[in-house]
Design a protein around this ligand. Sequence first.
Ligand code: NAD
Length: 499
Amino acid sequence: MSKSYQHFINGQTVQGTSGRTSDIFNPSLGEVTGHVALATTGELNNAVAAAKAALPEWSAMNPQRRARVLFNFKNLVEAHADELAHILSEEHGKVLADSLGDIQRGLDVIEFACGVPHLLKGEYTPGAGPGIDVYSMRQPVGVAAGITPFNFPAMIPMWMFGVAIATGCTFILKPSEKDPGVPMRLAELMMEAGAPAGVLNVVNGDKEAVDAIIDHPDIRAVSFVGSSDIAHYVYQGCAKQGKRVQAMGGAKNHGIILPDADLQQAVQDITGAAYGSAGERCMALSTVVAVGNETGDRFVEAMTDELAKLNVGISTDSAADYGPVVTAAHKQRIEDYIQMGVDEGAKLVVDGRNFSLQGYEKGFYVGPTLFDDVKPTMQSYKDEIFGPVLQVLREESFEGALELPSKHQYGNGVAIFTRSGGAAREFAQRVNVGMVGINVPIPVPVAYHSFGGWKRSAFGDANQHGMEGVRFYTQTKTVTQRWPDGETQGAAFNIPVME
Ligand code: NAD
């Protein structure tokens, strides 16, 4: 049966009226399985009106009661995890175990958000002056919106609405038009968990809906995750209007292998981090910098052997290491980058083009691809490829290896593989990148720390989740109070100074 996704506004499914739709694919089969409605500005405005109407009651509710709703939601998502993972794998193409991980990483943030009564406790200074007490509280910014990418349709929406709703905001989610099935189900489950209508709305759409979010005066904070050019566009548009905005972008994550590393372990770690989810992760480790030619030769040889064992399959095949990429257009883009690498003079050690899965010839598969002798001047190195393509560069020294990720336009994640604590510590201190792994290939921070890259990987200055997330969705109000007793005091014309 063909799927048809509409919008979820004010606690119910609302039919789209624009007449514009986008196809939903099953990338494993390469077939259209349904479509999603693309919203008009008017439909987005309706969602904002619902979120605005729900705000006074939700923001005034005591935080423990809001936490209870999130706790119910967590239980419901866990109970529906298999159903959600199947929808996710079918629309995205990642394998089921990886979809369950996508859901779990989102639930980690919901668990963190369940601690909101503690997280929102303010600060208090008794006796800041004669008879004067000062206290600070964090109040919700109001109606907030999130715009999310296709590659984590469970985790990234939960990063955003989990913290926003917990802190007392109401929320509009504009998920990727490529895989809206899971976000729509999450909104339904949030209502089932006890959230009042209008607290979490989903508006499906494309640029028109995004522009309407940027322009709507009642949306006070916008969180974006996607590619860097769009992130920058959303950041600029929101900042111009005085909105709070965080906009996470693309990446090119380097793995530095020092000569003293446990190479066998590094190869295992990098295989999963480079090719898992077909390389469609913003924290995928897509670039290796081998320090010393001997390290490079050993790594490329071991990785070539590893790739011969990789199993590419349909997303529901439990034996598959990774599945197809998201669309035919994205497959073409990845293959164009492979050709670019060849034309630029990099050595193509394993070529994943023209990969065909028997019985699924129309699926959007790209085989594992490995390049050696990649140079920093190559365009295929400068850009994010976002596919199962690993590029190996060689450097003679620690300093040279440190410089590559530090100078790259992106600064999301980086990893170093070594047995030397001193080298690892120095690398972590000096590297110009936001998230660092030491013998950890995908250093996505746990929910109670914060996620965010540097340079063109993130615009704005607040990270996702953790205390930075709480600060993003709240604003500080500071009250200075005095209860005078005794004589009336005369007017003070100088700036008050605490005695
Ligand atoms: P994308 O930029 O194409 O889409 C992201 C969102 O922007 C979607 O909701 C989409 O509908 C919307 N959008 C697309 N074109 C638009 C336009 N012209 N104007 C306004 N809105 C538009 O990204 P994607 O392909 O869905 O996701 C992959 C990208 O996301 C990669 O670059 C990846 O690195 C990045 N990503 C970054 C992080 C991070 O935390 N830094 C996490 C996940 C993904």
